[in-house]
Design a protein around this ligand. Structure first.
Ligand SMILES: Nc1ncnc2c1ncn2[C@@H]1O[C@H](COP(=O)(O)OP(=O)(O)O)[C@@H](O)[C@H]1O
Ligand SMILES: O=C(O)[C@@H](O)C(=O)COP(=O)(O)O
Length: 423
């Protein structure tokens, strides 16, 4: 297998988002969980997206895991590696975007790395280095209240400079609009000043196509699904890949269906409220989860008799005020970790009870669940919503369909939209 592009995603929902984008652009793509074991049978593909759970862990660990993924991808012929980060640049001042970018850049000897979280299809655009989520700057968006990575600065040149050892430059929209040659000239200018990475503006898909053409000439880029789209289109338009991917991985599996929500994003809270009209919903008590008072067991006893009747939804999600109060009582990391593990416990028991179609809302939540289910990889099926495909587990104990939804993605009826496509 010789890869046209290798990808390292810092969470599992982000990985499925990127795998979806690459597939839609025609690249035969597989998503693996971690660096694949040698005995995992992978189909012939153009792109592999290695999913890590490295967004919110200690920076040194994120670096070593990302490096291991890079070594594996380069060993399969990937001339270009895309480090997939969140379209809302979820990170802290300590990382992990900057440290991982610095390490991968050092490994491949890249002069200037292009960085953009723009993903216009989901309303993420970058102008003058500032990230907008829909109509508002990042720091005014719901991401200011994220339970693990609250984002308080929309200026990504500043944000990345706080995390990276290199100086950060800007390639502005006026330059991108002038085309690939203008971007190349700007990068040469930045490299001449010793600047090692540049936030590049993008508002429309056509900007990402220009960026993709230039990025494909380099060894490394950093960004969200938008730059993945640009790279994929560049690989197809320059004949390096013949767009042959089909989304035929979603054949019915039968079995029961369940939804788990650990995301506290505004979008997920709305989706849960709407799901109450079409399926039984259990709201977990987060305090009881953290104090170990048998909350996961209660959820299972609630779910099991209902599964034969149709899908159920189990949610830990709370409003920003409630999240802040819980974290004040128990600590941010302890609360997040305990709830993720409870979701994994519940998922494991649901699968033992016959659930074969599982929808998970939340990136960290999805990571905990997929790890517990020991699923080594996914093939990409049809798209449920922008950035969220149906996934078919490969190499797992049971034939299963999953959807791993980024907290912020999907329309108000996401859960019913997903269930309609997962039979
Ligand atoms: N009620 C709650 N209070 C505090 N934290 C919560 C609650 N419910 C879930 N969490 C935690 O919040 C985090 C949500 O992150 P994640 O699953 O990545 O969602 P998103 O995709 O919205 O970022 C997880 O660590 C999860 O365990
Ligand atoms: O780029 C994106 O926004 C997503 O692919 C993503 O990474 C979302 O992360 P979570 O919201 O933590 O699921």
């Amino acid at each position: 297998m010789t890869l046209a592009v290798g990808c390292i995603a810092d969470d599992y929902t982000g990985a499925s988002d990127l795998a979806n984008t690459l597939t839609r652009a025609g690249l035969r793509t597989v998503q693996t969980i971690g660096v694949p074991a040698d005995d995992l049978a992978l189909p012939e593909v153009d792109a592999v997206v290695v999913s890590l759970k490295s967004r919110s862990i200690e920076a040194g660990l994120a670096v070593s895991r990302s490096r291991a993924a890079e070594t594996w991808l380069r060993g399969r012929g990937a001339g270009h590696v895309l480090f997939k980060i969140c379209s809302t640049f979820d990170s802290t001042d300590a990382g992990n975007i900057g440290p991982v970018m610095d390490a991968l850049r050092a490994d491949c000897g890249e002069a200037v790395v292009l960085v953009t979280p723009a993903f216009p299809e989901t309303g993420r655009t970058v102008y003058q280095g500032n990230l907008f989520v829909g109509a508002v700057p990042l720091n005014e968006s719901p991401l200011k209240d994220h339970p693990l990575n609250p984002m308080h600065d929309s200026n990504l040149v500043r944000v990345l400079a706080r995390q990276s050892r290199t100086q950060i430059g800007l390639v502005d929209l006026a330059t991108v609009t002038r085309g690939a040659e203008a971007v190349r000239a700007r990068l040469a200018e930045l490299a001449g000043k010793g600047i090692g990475a540049a936030i590049i503006d993008a508002v429309f898909d056509r900007d990402l196509e220009t960026i993709g053409l230039v990025a494909a000439e380099h060894r490394l880029s950093v960004g969200a699904s938008g730059i993945g789209l640009g790279l994929a289109r560049a690989l197809v338009s320059t004949g390096k890949v013949s767009a042959t991917a089909t989304s035929d991985a979603g054949a019915p599996v039968g079995g029961s269906a369940a939804c788990l929500a650990g995301s506290c994003s505004q979008a997920t809270l709305q989706q849960i409220a709407n799901a109450e009209r079409i399926m039984p919903v259990l709201h977990l008590d987060p305090d009881r989860i953290i104090t170990g008072a048998g909350e996961a067991q209660r959820a299972l006893e609630w779910a099991r008799p209902r599964l034969a009747e149709g899908p159920v939804l189990i949610a830990s999600s709370s409003t920003p005020d409630q999240v802040a109060a819980l974290q004040a009582r128990h600590g941010r990391d302890a609360a997040g970790h305990a709830i993720e593990q409870a979701m994994a416990d519940i998922a494991e028991s649901l699968v033992k009870s016959g659930v074969r179609r599982l929808i998970v809302a939340g990136g960290e939540t999805s990571g905990a669940v997929v790890d517990r289910l020991k699923i080594p990889g996914f093939l990409v099926g049809v798209e449920i919503a922008a950035g969220v495909p149906v996934l078919r587990a490969v190499g797992a104990e049971s034939d299963m369909l999953l959807a791993l939804k980024s907290g912020n993605f999907g329309g108000a009826e996401f859960f019913s939209d997903a269930l309609r496509l997962m039979r």
